[in-house]
Write a protein that binds this ligand. Structure first.
Ligand SMILES: Nc1ncnc2c1ncn2[C@@H]1O[C@H](COP(=O)(O)OP(=O)(O)OP(=O)(O)O)[C@@H](O)[C@H]1O
Length: 247
């Protein structure tokens, strides 16, 4: 019987969960043109590899293009040449898109909100320019569960970042093909591939509530090793009759 190395086992786990997510949530269809948002972090670097390999398979037939958005007014250095080389090594076209925003014009909104809003706008602009019908983001299962816990705790809403979000108004669909992939596996992949770390020096960056939720997810898994699957399952098993719905 074939013996797999730890690295091969990790890759098989990632590819299996990636394919399951893609099929279960209907993320890729024949004729799709998908724009991948590449931040330079480990998750979107992995997403480029997974989608590039998938695009070589005959069915469904789809094409991909990658964009890295640089926010000129944020002193956040990206190693653009490294990203370009990495993406092109997978045979995928790489685009660089520079934009900026003025945090002083809307002081009611935090710079982080404005930055991510403008980054999202840039992704839509490039997707339209390139004739893409979908935008793929590098969120994984842990990101989605942490957002679920954050939305319950801070927003009082049972919601998260869905694997597939159809935005009718913009004629665009956001997809998260790594929705079932575990972050621990992506960390191993990053090490195995030796991704170059991007210098993060955004003066506004704070990850506090997300890293608290990461800790809570970990505690839940310590209590019940199946907790992540239960949390995930709860999102498609809403028992309305057992909830306090107002009359
Ligand atoms: N500067 C950017 N240019 C293009 N896409 C981006 C950029 N920043 C983020 N994205 C997209 O949005 C997703 C979520 O962004 P977020 O900032 O939460 O991720 P990250 O932790 O910086 O990086 P990654 O998820 O790639 O490890 C990324 O996975 C990527 O697909």
């Amino acid at each position: 019987m074939a013996q797999f190395t730890e690295e091969e086992k990790m890759m098989r786990r990632i590819e299996k969960r990636f394919s399951k997510g893609v099929v279960e949530y209907g993320l890729i269809e024949d004729g799709d043109k998908i724009l991948i948002g590449l931040s330079g972090g480990k998750d979107s670097l992995a997403l480029v590899e997974l989608l590039a390999k998938r695009a070589r398979i005959y069915k469904p037939e789809f094409s991909i293009v990658v964009v890295h958005v640089v926010m000129k007014n944020i002193p956040y250095q990206s190693d653009v040449e490294y990203l370009r080389e990495y993406v092109e090594s997978w045979g995928v076209p790489f685009l660089l898109y520079e934009t900026e925003f003025d945090a002083a014009t809307d002081t009611r909104k935090s710079p982080c909100f404005l930055c991510s809003w403008n980054r999202r706008k840039a992704l839509f602009t490039v997707a339209k320019e390139q004739g893409c019908n979908k935008i793929a983001l590098g969120h994984h299962m842990d990101d989605i569960l942490e957002t679920l816990l954050m939305n319950i705790t801070y927003q009082g809403a049972f919601s998260t970042m869905p694997p597939r979000l159809v935005m009718k108004k913009f004629d665009m669909t956001i997809i998260r093909p790594m929705c079932l992939v575990h972050e621990a596996d992506l960390m191993e992949l990053a090490q195995a591939r030796g991704y170059r770390k991007q210098v993060k020096n955004c003066p506004y960056e704070s990850q506090s509530s997300r890293s608290t939720m990461k800790g809570i997810l970990k505690q839940l898994e310590d209590m019940n090793p199946e907790a992540r699957y239960s949390l995930w399952g709860s999102m498609s098993n809403v028992q309305e009759e057992l909830l306090p719905l107002k009359v």
